[in-house]
Design a protein around this ligand. Sequence first.
Ligand SMILES: Cc1ncc(COP(=O)(O)O)c(C=O)c1O
Length: 448
Amino acid sequence: MAKIPTVFSLRHCFVVSLALNFSLILRMMYEREQGCKGAFWKKQSESSMAEVDSNHLMHKSHLAVSSSSPLVNSTRTDHPKVAERVINLDHGDPIMYEHFWRQMGDKTTIIIPGWQSMSYFSDLSSICWFLEPEFAKEVVRLHNVVGNAVTEGRHVVVGTGSSQLFLAALYALSPPDAAEPISVLSAAPYYSSYPVMTDYQKSGLYKWAGEAESFDKEGPYIELVTSPNNPDGYVRHSVVNRTRGFLVHDLAYYWPQYTPISSPANNDLTLFTVSKSTGHAGMRIGWALVKDKEVARKMTKFIELNTIGVSKDSQLRAAKVLKAVSDSCEEEGSSQEAESFFKYSYNIMEHRWKQLRVAVQRSGMFSLPTFSPAFCTFFSQVLEPHPAFVWLKCEGDIEDCERFLRGHKILTRSGVQFGVDPKYVRVSMLDTDENFIHFIDRLSAIHP
Ligand SMILES: Cc1ncc(COP(=O)(O)O)c(C=O)c1O
């Protein structure tokens, strides 16, 4: 029998073993990567599943986060440290959209060289002279794609968040020479920042007058209509309906992931923000659609006096983000693989609300609002609303729900801050997967 020369066999064994090891390492790397991607897409498809089996969902709640984040594995709910942890869901910080934007990679990356955007001015032909044309173009495009607001015959005014535009609107709508400040009101429960923002400077032009239902003063007023409403998620219309009223529509949450889009909003003055639509709260960009030219001019004046315009860098970044959202919607129609930002975010909201309802049912100590399904023109189907906040009520003899939950290390915002009963609290639904899951686990473990 022919003998294989020793040198040949040893060298070859070494090479073969190296090749095998190398391919094994490559395979492990590939599988890990696919595992991550798989977890991400699995999560998406899981979130759109139809059944609401409680055990199944609670199990999924662990899977959903633990597969995608190594951090979560070290902080499982059964870990003693997790039980100690304070879950802060007081603020509506919309960080849950981060996954989507990571997946978008460089599609929303912008590079601004040092010589660019140096001037105060953006567009001297526009009433809002600091409005970046690219941003204005993407605002109009997105509203047309989503169908949630009429943009024709409207002036776009950009603001440092819709918070600045809210104050600009109060300034612009207040009669300048009135004997007393104009009343500002909203139906309770109202967004907790309205009273504080209206009164913190003790303006001689406008004054917080409380909840709209009991408003009986003669004369002009400004009514704030938030729809869907923060905190309770219901669709709202004006309630005072008198001749001398001005309406400010705050539609921060009138986007398909939160509520069915019924028709394009057609108001005199409407506020929107990237904070809640795309989740980019840190960009501090909002916009107003204003019918009346003089009102738009005055709002622009307010911002000029307040901050001499709005960061161009942020407007350019916001334009990129809005463009990516509109592109994702249009691409979804042309490719089976693509998923629009709104479909992605709708799926997460739907999944979270299902988990929440199961947890509340398990606990037996709380109640939730119920919502009627409605036809959504964006998704072309009848859908249920999934608000950005939970308006949770403590049942039984718990009078102070915020305090009660604080005792369980869950921080929420008391109903008192929204002009109603302390039996209610507002809880953010927009936090990280990790915090949300801990919240669900902890809530379902609270029993009478
Ligand atoms: C109803 C409503 N309007 C306005 C804002 C503030 O938006 P921005 O971040 O654009 O100032 C919020 C934020 O929570 C909100 O809930």
